[in-house]
Design a protein around this ligand. Structure first.
Ligand SMILES: Nc1ncnc2c1ncn2[C@@H]1O[C@H](COP(=O)(O)OP(=O)(O)OP(=O)(O)O)[C@@H](O)[C@H]1O
Length: 277
């Protein structure tokens, strides 16, 4: 895959090939002698270049599923395939990037050095690293902040830098765990714009965890709705807004209101069930 601004012709948006396959995934945690069933028998696929949101109330096992796909948590049972190959718990899968809710920038490194960290680990030479980091800074609207330390940036700017630190190594699969959850509404919508523009160009396969229905509708091609714990797939919804999307305008369309209302009811039932568990 080419670097963010270097791809001359965008790849086909989606193909029928499955990039992520999750089969019969379950997870129970042991906590102080008690077993907590977090996820029960979850199966789904994500096609190459598809943007899928995992939506559900707090505690419905969305992060646990994402963490299992990211190999950070070992499944109790079930299988996860990426490009047809089983992932191995504890071992990073090549081509898969991860963005967390809280920015995880190193405070002692400048923004440019944070973004360039993965390239440095991969042994990319100084000149190329500089060029690729400059491209990422521009894409994230962070020109002029490369030499700043994270403490000098706003929350939104830090999250943009964290996003770029993952994207600079050009992952084909992007796992995102409520990456904008800590941001205020307007900054969040700015981040949706940044992500939509990058994804329009690069068309990574994205799995995005959120409990924010508006965010899922703005970004995703498909929403997978989780039930209250133990997390199971309750429903799936296609989000058929045209691309490229405008993160502000899409929310003003009648179709958005229609889909919102339709899914909101189902999500609301799980919020209520989740409260009593
Ligand atoms: N390491 C762990 N040890 C014990 N229990 C855990 C662990 N991780 C998650 N759980 C439990 O598993 C359940 C699902 O948690 P998870 O974080 O996956 O849900 P979520 O849908 O991502 O929630 P949120 O939206 O609040 O992040 C919760 O009851 C949680 O307490």
């Amino acid at each position: 895959m080419n670097a963010p601004t270097r791809s001359p012709t965008p790849p086909a948006r989606t193909s029928d090939a499955d990039r992520i396959d999750v089969k019969g995934l379950s997870k129970s945690f042991q906590l102080a002698g008690t077993s907590i069933e977090a996820v029960r028998d979850v199966s789904f696929s994500v096609r190459r270049g598809e943007f899928v949101a995992l939506l559900g109330p707090s505690g419905s096992g969305k992060s646990t599923v994402l963490n299992m796909i990211a190999t950070l948590v070992k499944p109790s049972s079930g299988q996860i395939l990426i490009d047809g190959k089983p992932v191995i718990a504890g071992k990073a899968t090549p081509g898969v990037g991860y963005v967390f809710q809280r920015d995880t920038l190193f405070p002692w490194r400048t923004v440019a050095d944070n973004i360039g960290y993965g390239l440095q680990l991969a042994g990319v030479g100084d000149a190329e690293r500089k060029e690729r980091v400059a491209t990422c800074l521009a894409q994230a609207g962070l020109q002029g902040f490369g030499d700043a330390y994270p403490s000098a940036l706003s929350g939104g700017m830090r999250q943009r830098a964290a996003l770029m630190r993952t994207l600079v190594v050009e992952p084909q699969v992007l796992l995102m765990d409520e990456p904008f959850g800590a941001l205020d509404t307007h900054t969040k919508i700015d981040m949706h714009e940044v992500l939509l523009r990058i994804w329009d160009r690069e068309q990574q396969t994205v799995l995005f965890v959120t409990h924010d229905l508006g965010e899922a509708l703005t970004l995703a091609d498909r929403i997978i709705l989780f039930s209250a714990r133990p997390g199971q797939i309750k429903d799936m919804f296609d989000v058929d807004f045209a691309r490229p999307r405008d993160a502000v305008k899409v929310r003003e369309t009648p179709r958005y209101a229609e889909l919102f209302q339709h899914i909101w009811h189902s999500l609301g039932e799980e919020f209520i069930k989740g409260r009593s568990r």
